[in-house]
Write a protein of this length. Sequence first.
Length: 294
Amino acid sequence: MTLPQNQSPAEFEYYVNATSIEEACRALGDGVGTILAGGSDLWVQKDEGVKIFGPRLINISRVDELAEISIGNDHVRLGARVTMTDILNHGELGNIAPGLLEAANRFASPQIRNVATVGGNFANASPAADSVIPLICLDAEIELARLDGNAVAIRSIPSADFFTGPGKTVRTDDELITAISFKPRDGKSLARFFKSGPRPALEISIVSLGIAADILDGKLSNVRIALGAVAPIPFRARKTEALIEGQKIDDKLIHAALECLVSEISPIGDVRGSKWYRQHLARTYLQEALTDVA
Ligand SMILES: Cc1cc2nc3c(=O)[nH]c(=O)nc-3n(C[C@H](O)[C@H](O)[C@H](O)COP(=O)(O)OP(=O)(O)OC[C@H]3O[C@@H](n4cnc5c(N)ncnc54)[C@H](O)[C@@H]3O)c2cc1C
């Protein structure tokens, strides 16, 4: 359906205040709905006319179950409507997922953090999305719900397979992101998040890098390295992960890993940073993380 580019909220055909997942899925059912979470991307994109939205605006800010953070023995579940401020204020979550805490801490400004949701960060699919990077490092799964007949059907997608291009994901138009969940690492582990930018707030990443791994006897295992803003989608540096996996972290290995990472990424150069500068930042962040372990 084609819509005029400069819709004001009143120009959306319907405005649904969903109060349950089922209600939101029902409103999304015919694929012409647009979910409104915090609105920090949606309103900007609407005003700039960069995105055409379905005419039925579905506000999910009253769906309480989407705002829950639940922490079990071997499972953490963040409702899609959990905000960056919720992550920062949740005492326990920061210990379980320090990389995610750091990403929330470097996210935008306090005002934006109060509204920006983790579900919106995934659905918007920016290659520079911050909360996505530590969650990919945690092998997080994206939970998607849609109405199948009269019942809500759920499927889960690994976060690393969720993105297909800038602003594009495997989510279909009738699907609602309901949660992002992951298994916490137990034992001694590494979890870091780095983000470039001259200011501590309101910076879109020139490059971000997340790394997570289990640490035993100076060796890293189950290594995950993800980068933002170096590719059309959040990028997993699988070759560098494989090179580090199970190896003792010494100067020789660090040197080889940095060379591998630089050869593995091919970022664009733009007004915010040249290709060389982005590769240099990625290299520097990985060096810091590995040197600290060594
Ligand atoms: C000034 C400013 C600074 C910013 N700084 C940062 C930053 O530092 N780091 C960063 O990563 N981002 C940043 N952003 C971008 C934005 O804040 C984030 O992407 C945020 O997480 C989006 O969440 P939201 O709840 O506001 O999403 P919305 O704007 O409500 O929605 C974004 C998109 O996702 C869809 N959507 C939202 N929730 C769901 C759902 N549950 N299921 C299906 N689809 C859904 C919407 O339909 C829309 O297409 C910034 C934005 C602004 C305006």
